[in-house]
Design a protein around this ligand. Structure first.
Ligand code: F0G
Length: 379
């Protein structure tokens, strides 16, 4: 057997038949994908109906976000087409992923980020992988405008999600969910920024449906941050604001496609406040043991908001209080990025370390511990 042939070797190898690649396409991969679908029982209990909730933890991709699924495809195709450089605008994760895959492919990488509005871990990644990083005095929408202009006129490949290969790669997230669950979930909750990911997931579900791998389609439930919710408000937001900097976007590139995903699936695109995002962020870390970045928690904040409004009780009255007797409503929330990306917000929104002298007494003064009974084994 070929060495490693039974191991996971990335989304292109796993889903080749659904992707625009040929036998001799030079695949650039960091073995992205195959992320876990983690049951979230504490979250399910909050909903007040008989539900199964799963977290698709995309923070466990090689660079810590879902962008790697799209980037393996975009960089592979750029290399195949003979490009020697890639460029993107980014709120952070795209730049980290582009920089890593460019390094892997030995290509040059230019990234444009909004000065002062990207999480520390993401900046560290782009710099460490050797990208040329420009911090513009503007927001993501300004950065994307510049990248579109440059890549239109010069020989450098754009790797934002308006590059169709990004969407092709990202749609494999849907395939993985369906492969694990055996069908699509009832609801798919997802944060929305530039709106590429909701577009990609919907495309993935539709493709699996049309080739008979699944029997139904989910409702797509997208959530923007209240201060950066152009799709919900129906107009461009000139000065988007949210502490979830990953989705601090006022004019999403895939706006119309996100609306199509919502409408075709009979889903929703709504918004959540920064307070709701932080509450969900903390809930996931404290109650489920899963640490995602704030923007990712927008999907779960949306789920909790709808539950509070009685959405599920109304849509699924037979499952109210019917735990175990009815078939559960299946819900998947996409956690798009890892919590370690953004240490500043994590420290800001959790309790602080307690500084004490280096003695046993100092610790025992602050916490109540039961003395060990004599003869008990150390555990
Ligand atoms: N969650 C995270 C962690 C993100 O980084 C992004 C987008 C989104 C959600 C929203 O996904 O744009 O496809 O709707 N980040 C981009 C970036 C914009 O530059 O890293 P989307």
């Amino acid at each position: 057997m070929e060495l490693g042939s039974s191991c996971w070797s990335g989304i292109i190898a796993a889903y080749r038949e659904f992707l625009p690649v040929a036998e001799d396409t030079p695949v650039v991969t960091l073995n992205e994908g195959n992320t876990p679908l983690i049951p979230a029982p504490a979250l399910a209990r909050e909903l007040g109906i008989h539900a199964e909730v799963y977290l698709k933890f995309e923070g466990l991709n090689p660079t810590g976000s879902f962008k790697d699924r799209g980037m393996t495809m975009a960089v592979t195709k750029a290399l195949e087409e003979g490009s020697s450089a890639i460029m993107c605008a980014s709120t952070g994760n795209t730049s980290a992923s582009a920089a890593a895959y460019a390094a892997r492919a030995r290509m040059n990488c230019i990234v444009i980020i909004p000065d002062g509005n990207i999480a520390l871990g993401k900046l560290a990644q782009a710099l460490m992988h050797g990208a040329k990083v420009f911090a513009v005095q503007g927001n993501f929408d300004d950065a994307l405008r510049i990248v579109r202009e440059v890549t239109n006129s010069y020989r450098i490949t754009l790797v934002n999600s308006i590059n169709p290969y990004r969407i092709e790669g990202q749609k494999t997230g849907s395939f993985e969910i369906c492969d694990v669950l055996g069908d699509a979930p009832d609801y798919h909750f997802i944060p929305v920024g530039n709106a590429g990911n909701i577009t990609a997931y919907w495309k993935g579900y539709k493709e699996y449906y049309s080739c008979g791998r699944i029997k139904r389609l989910p409702k797509m439930m997208g959530f923007q941050a209240e201060g950066a919710a152009p799709i919900v408000r129906g107009h461009v937001v000139e000065k988007p604001e949210t502490l979830a900097t990953a989705i601090r976007i006022g004019n999403p590139a895939s706006w119309k496609l996100a609306e199509a995903a919502r409408d075709e699936s009979q889903g929703i695109i709504d918004m959540v406040s920064d307070e709701e995002i932080i509450a969900a962020y903390r809930f996931l870390a404290e109650q489920e043991g899963v640490f995602c970045e704030p923007a990712s928690a927008a999907s779960v904040a949306g789920l909790l908001k709808l539950a509070r409004q009685g959405f599920f009780a109304k849509a699924h009255p037979t499952t109210v209080g019917a735990h175990g007797t009815s078939s559960p409503v299946r819900i998947v929330c996409i956690l798009t990025g890892h919590g370690l990306k953004d240490p500043k917000n994590a420290i800001e929104y959790s309790s602080k370390p307690i500084s004490v002298p280096a003695t046993v007494e100092a610790i025992l003064e602050k916490v109540k511990l039961e003395p060990r009974s004599q003869g008990a084994l150390n555990s």
